[in-house]
Design a protein around this ligand. Structure first.
Ligand code: NAI
Length: 411
């Protein structure tokens, strides 16, 4: 048993070593944290997808002197080998792949019981629970769009008692993580789940936000005929001018071989759409919650249901048509695939690490409410990312600066 556990932990350590070798920005921060110990004496509770890139963040915070606790932000996205490795490294980790809703809640409870000074959240479940419990927290950071939407609602209702840093909307996060990260890893999840081709398929992307743009462009790159559905007219025009067909879901569903939802909204694909869908349609979601494709309607309409492959459920309707739901309608990129590439999470988690440090260093200066990542930190990550990808930028000459300033000053 012990030997088996060690073997599992060793495989986890290998995975962490691989991603760390591709996360130079976070590694540089880790080296500085090791020297300066900014989190000494502080407890950090993290609710994130428990996999190798997250482990790199947790270990960087620990290197900075923090007492780090980690639980899953999604029951399907945990890598058990990474969990074993993290436990070996002294990070209290509460997660198991495929855990029940009750175990998920226990993970959140464990994060609260640690009495954190800082929360790092993905989807705002931990923040919501900590507020309900009346915890006194110095501040929190939020990783994803849906979490920020929830935080803003709490702020509006006067229910956000501490500063929360909106990491999602930092330029160096959403521009790359949501677009290129979700774009590539959603396809990775679909490939792993189905082992089918994309070329020649009609693929529908619901939502042309940051994530949707990435998913649509990757699908097109692989030879799919892409249709976009939207509710925002400007984004719909943007998709059209990018060359995609733009339709209502009720029309798009009739043509689709594959539908990917990535809206952050609920009930995007429901009974009316299942009723007109082609036989064999694949259904995947990359939005934060498993509410975009209605599983209630799928179950109600189907006469039979079975597991077709490890991450694919087949639903058979009364008229014999079949549709396939990937990864239980949960984030397909992390549930069936390996999540965002390491180089992308390097930028996102560098921002997380710097934002957590910013909360500590700012103390009471940072008032309760949702705050952007300071521009200086965003710029710092941008410069490091530029370095890491071997690109260069020109520098404004003094004369050019004077020219630009003259316009700003209206002269
Ligand atoms: P966004 O706000 O940039 O885009 C969402 C788009 O969906 C908007 O253009 C909106 O008009 C559209 N939309 C909303 N309801 C719709 C509906 N019923 N039908 C069609 N379109 C609709 O948000 P972003 O950053 O693209 O994030 C989308 C979701 O993906 C969120 O839940 C976010 O938390 C999640 N996310 C997932 C990631 C992953 O790893 N899979 C990574 C980052 C974000």
């Amino acid at each position: 048993m012990m030997a088996q556990q060690n073997e599992q932990a060793n495989r986890g350590l290998e995975k962490i070593a691989w991603v760390r070798a591709h996360m130079p920005i976070l590694e540089e921060i880790r080296a500085r944290f090791t020297r300066e110990a900014p989190f000494h004496g502080k407890t950090l509770s993290l609710v994130l997808h428990v996999e190798a890139k997250t482990a790199a963040l947790a270990l960087a915070l620990k290197a900075g002197g923090g007492d780090v606790h980690l639980a899953a932000s999604n029951p399907l996205t945990t890598d058990d080998e990474v969990v074993a490795a993290l436990r070996l490294e002294g990070v209290e980790t509460f997660a198991r792949k495929g855990e029940s809703v009750e175990d998920y809640q226990k993970g959140i409870e464990a994060m609260l019981a640690a009495d954190p000074d800082i929360i790092i959240d993905d989807g705002a479940d931990l923040v919501a629970a900590a507020v309900r419990k009346g915890l006194k927290v110095l501040g929190s950071t939020e990783e994803t769009t849906t979490g920020v939407v929830r935080l803003r609602a709490m702020e509006r209702d006067g229910k956000l008692p501490w500063p929360a840093i909106d990491v999602n909307d930092a330029t160096m996060k959403h521009l790359f993580d949501n677009r290129y990260g979700t774009g590539q890893s959603t396809l990775d999840g679909i490939f792993s789940a189905t082992n089918l081709t994309i070329a020649g398929k009609t693929a529908v992307v619901a939502g042309y936000g940051w994530c949707g743009k990435g998913v649509a462009s990757r699908l097109r790159g692989l030879g799919a005929d892409v249709i976009v559905t939207e509710v925002d007219p400007a984004r719909a025009v943007e998709a059209r001018l990018e060359g995609y067909r733009v339709r209502r879901m009720i029309d798009a569903a009739k043509e689709a071989d594959l539908i990917v939802t990535v809206t952050g909204c609920a009930d995007v694909v429901t009974r009316a759409h299942f009723e007109v869908m082609k036989d064999g349609c694949l259904l995947a979601n990359s939005g934060h919650f498993d509410v975009e494709i209605s599983k209630k309607d799928l179950n109600a309409l189907s006469v039979r249901h079975r597991k077709a492959r490890p991450m694919v459920e087949e639903f058979v309707f009364k008229d014999g048509r079949k549709v396939y739901l990937l990864a239980e309608g949960r984030l397909v990129n992390l549930s069936a695939g390996q999540g965002h590439p390491a180089e992308i999470m390097d930028m996102s988690f560098a921002l997380q690490a710097l934002s957590a440090e910013h909360i500590l260093r700012s103390g009471k200066k940072l008032k309760p409410g949702v705050h952007p990542v300071p521009q200086e930190l965003d710029d710092r990550v941008a410069r490091a990312a530029l370095n890491a990808c071997g690109a260069q930028v020109d520098v404004l000459t003094e004369a050019q600066k004077r020219y630009l300033n003259s316009w700003q000053e209206g002269t």
